[in-house]
Design a protein around this ligand. Structure first.
Ligand SMILES: NC(=O)c1ccc[n+]([C@@H]2O[C@H](COP(=O)([O-])OP(=O)(O)OC[C@H]3O[C@@H](n4cnc5c(N)ncnc54)[C@H](OP(=O)(O)O)[C@@H]3O)[C@@H](O)[C@H]2O)c1
Length: 166
């Protein structure tokens, strides 16, 4: 099963402030939808809370060590490994790990590829961060720049990284 991270991060790796995204970038949300649609999305409890509702047309899986109440159809696992085992037992081809900072930091080492939207700003008030990618572990295989415009407060670059096989 391919394990994919989908994330948007500032130049200094900020991904969250006040349990929210630090920006509203409609074309990045469209890109996120395109990459994740039809696939299971795996996330930490705080990211699910910040979304406020399940992402439609995707199996939503939430990690929490506590018993939590979730909308119908949303799956809960108390460990990452249990979630991965469940998906593998159901012959899932790809899982999208969509955050947040705690989950990225804990499980980056298990990931095969990353769709990183690099948002071209430095945010000094960041609270949640994406881990620094080590150059010798990741190869950028594609990127596409998107300019700032009336719908986008910042310019950004879609980047696709694959893990370098050792
Ligand atoms: N820019 C982006 O692309 C992006 C993407 C996603 C999220 N975000 C932002 O990131 C922030 C949220 O991230 P966060 O780091 O605060 O929290 P998070 O990673 O979303 O959730 C953390 C919680 O997930 C559960 N959890 C994590 N690892 C677990 C494990 N191994 N086993 C069981 N449960 C586990 C725990 O829940 P319990 O405490 O209930 O046990 C933990 O407190 C928000 O600001 C959100 O907007 C940004």
């Amino acid at each position: 099963m391919i394990r994919t991270i989908v994330v948007a991060a500032s130049e200094n790796n900020v991904i969250g402030i006040n349990n929210q995204l630090p920006w509203h970038l409609s074309d990045d949300l469209k890109f996120f939808k395109k990459v994740t649609l039809g696939k299971p999305v795996l996330m930490g409890r705080k990211t699910f809370e910040s979304l406020g509702r399940p992402l439609p047309k995707r199996l939503n899986i939430v990690l929490s060590r506590n018993s939590i109440s979730l909308p119908e159809g949303v799956l809960h696992f108390s460990t990452y490994e249990e979630a991965i085992t469940f998906l593998e037992q159901h012959n899932t081809e790809e899982v999208c790990v969509i955050g947040g900072g705690v989950v990225f930091a804990e499980y980056l080492h298990t990931i095969d590829q990353i769709f990183l939207t690099r948002v071209h700003t430095i945010l000094e008030n960041g609270e949640v961060f994406f881990p620094e990618l080590k150059e010798n572990e990741w190869q950028k295989v594609w990127e596409e720049f998107h300019a700032e415009d009336e719908n986008h407060n910042y310019s950004f670059t879609f980047q696709h990284y694959k893990r370098i096989q050792s």
